[in-house]
Structure formats: C-alpha cells, structure tokens
Design a protein around this ligand. Sequence first.
Ligand SMILES: Cc1cc2nc3c(=O)[nH]c(=O)nc-3n(C[C@H](O)[C@H](O)[C@H](O)COP(=O)(O)O)c2cc1C
Length: 210
Amino acid sequence: MNNYIESLQWRYATKKFDASKKISEEDLNALKEVIRLSASSYGLQPYKVLIIENDDIRKQLQPVSWGQSQIVDASHLIIFCNEINVNDDLIDNYLENVSNTRGVAIEELKDYGDFMKSKITPLTSDAKINWAAKQTYIALGNLLSAAAQLKIDTCPIEGFEPDKYDEILGLKEQGLKSTVAAAIGYRSSEDKTQFFAKVRKSTQELFNTI
Ligand SMILES: Cc1cc2nc3c(=O)[nH]c(=O)nc-3n(C[C@H](O)[C@H](O)[C@H](O)COP(=O)(O)O)c2cc1C
C-alpha cells in the first residue's frame, strides 16, 4: 500500500511531456489491460477507447484542445468515448459474452438481462449518454493510478471541444462520443509543475464518518 500511495504522490497532471520518449509496447499493453479490467455499471463497458499515435491527427486535435502541448508531445493520446446508443443490443451483447465466458446458457441470464433493461431503457437519451460517459471516468482513474505505478506520466484532459473531436475522428458514425482524454508518456525535465506541492483538501475536510 505504501508503494501505491507513493505513486499517487509522485504522479501529477503533466503539463510538458518529453516528446522524444515513447512508452514501450509492453507498458502500453499493461495499461490497455488496466483499462480493459476496469469496473463498470452492470459490467456493460458502454465505451470504446481510442489510442492515438498518428501525428497528423494529433496536430488536428491540438487547436481544439485549448492548444495544450500534451496532445502532440505525449507518447500516446488516449481518448475515452462513450456509446451513444445505449440500447438492448448493448445488454444482449454483454449477456452473450457472459454466456460464452462462463459457460452459462443464455436463457439462464434472461432475468438479469430483463432487470438491466428495466433500469436502463426508461432513461432519457441524455441520461443514457450521461450514464455511459460516467463509466469512462472509472477507466480513466485506473489508468492514471496504474501508469503512476509504472512511473509513466499522465495528464487527464477534459480541456477539449468534444464535438470537434467527434468530427475529426468520425465518432458519430461509429455511434460514439468523446468524453475525456489522457495524454501518457514521460515528463519533460523542464516541466516546473512536477515540483509543485500537491494541493488537496485535508482528511478532516474531505471525510465525514457517520
Ligand atoms: C477529468 C479531468 C480533466 C482534466 N483536464 C485537464 C486539462 O484539460 N488540462 C490539464 O492540464 N489538466 C487537466 N486536469 C488535471 C487537473 O487539473 C489536476 O488533476 C488537478 O489540478 C490535481 O493536480 P494533480 O493531478 O497534479 O495532483 C484534469 C483532471 C481531471 C481529473
């Protein structure tokens, strides 16, 4: 646990990446697995994760990301996208996966499927998208923490225009909407932010034990 907390103290939202340093394939695969294993509501994983290596695309994304340098300088840019169509298909696909993975007959999962559908189907379209978008932040959080354990720097990024991202990446056609991003790589020695003290609420202020 000490190591974990030390990693969280070590990490910071990196403002300037060393553009010459790339994450190894092994580390990238480990981080992909961390994202894949992330928990989600009902286990539905109503999202897709884009890993952007292409320099041209990143150059297009930078001006619609508040001009932030992390977009082009980091080793990789990860974009979390939620599913727009949160419907019965999403649930049925999940049930099929459960059936195949656990060797359970699909009929045995019908009640659980109906339960999920009864909770999700009545939601408004906006509420569905909002629910799906929230799930991506769990994966983002896991990514930040796991990367820190590997001494890989990250910057979570909400400072971008989602509609422009969707347009540049053709996401709407794929039934997706960009929610949040993360630049991952290695800090530049010139990034002064790395020396700033962490600013957090005190334990007393943050927690209420009832
Ligand atoms: C969802 C989310 C979005 C963020 N968006 C940006 C961003 O667009 N640009 C940026 O430089 N930092 C961004 N941050 C970083 C926060 O400002 C930073 O995490 C916070 O100030 C705490 O500092 P620390 O992460 O360095 O400990 C974001 C953080 C989160 C969690």
